[in-house]
Design a protein. Structure first.
Length: 255
């Protein structure tokens, strides 16, 4: 894979107006959510007991709302711009004129979106860690949803890192689903609507696919050893099948 092609795609993403708009809106929503947790002092999840929020568990609990916002609205909007808008507007034809294999163009597009996913998710954790230590209490141990006992800072940090990595994987599943819609449908607004409806509709059909639009509880259950097999079966199937379909259609279609 060419370094020049990779750098060119990254530059187009980070210099785009939509990434700045979505990025600023997402950061504002993150700060508002942190402020709300600071005012209320706690959180309740799926009829669970009330959990007090502190500097230790804030990076985990902030993801209840932010991972939902990311996977259902923010990331699909960014994916659609890169995968669908450039292709169907004709702008991507200019880049396709360069002497690279066709599959390389599509692969680089998907890989740069993964870089975007990682940046947003781990950026969220860094902001919440900073705000937690600045504005929340600092206990020796804390409680986390589905974890049966109080855990200390090192264990909470490790749980947060594991959560972020699994959230990256579930977001990649959203990306590859969006990649199929982006190639099949020419209207950008319809691609975005179909992606959102597809993520929500999949949960109505198969409840285990909740992680596609609301991953918080699903990921914590996996990390706590509850129902991890079915999670991995569906996640692996999506991450394998959808890119295969999108690459096949991409290789067959004309520009």
């Amino acid at each position: 894979m060419s370094t020049g092609l990779w750098i060119s795609e990254l530059e187009r993403i980070w210099k785009g107006k939509r990434i700045r708009t979505f990025g600023c809106a997402y950061l504002l929503a993150l700060l508002i959510d942190i402020g709300f947790l600071r005012l209320t002092g706690g959180i309740q999840i799926d009829l669970s007991p009330w959990f007090s929020v502190d500097a230790l568990n804030l990076p985990i609990f902030i993801m209840k709302d932010m991972s939902f916002l990311l996977q259902l609205f923010v990331l699909p909007g960014l994916f659609v711009e890169s995968l669908s808008d450039e292709i169907h507007s004709g702008a991507y034809r200019i880049y396709m004129l360069r002497s690279f294999d066709r599959y390389q163009h599509w692969l680089v597009k998907l890989l740069t979106q993964i870089v975007l996913i990682v940046s947003l998710i781990f950026g969220t954790t860094l902001v919440s860690l900073a705000c937690g230590w600045l504005f929340f209490s600092h206990p020796q141990s804390t409680e986390v949803y589905l974890v049966p006992e109080s855990i200390g800072y090192a264990n909470v940090l490790w749980l947060t890192i594991q959560y972020d990595f699994l959230l990256v994987l579930t977001s990649i599943a959203v990306l590859v689903i969006c990649s199929v819609f982006s190639i099949l449908i020419t209207r950008v607004s319809i691609v975005y609507a179909c992606t959102i409806l597809g993520l929500l509709g999949s949960y109505v059909i198969v409840s285990e696919l909740r992680f596609l639009h609301d991953p918080f509880v699903s990921i914590l259950r996996v990390l706590c050893g509850q129902g991890s097999m079915i999670f991995w079966v569906y996640l692996t199937g999506i991450v394998v099948i959808c890119p295969t379909i999108s690459f096949w259609i991409w290789s067959k279609r004309g520009m």
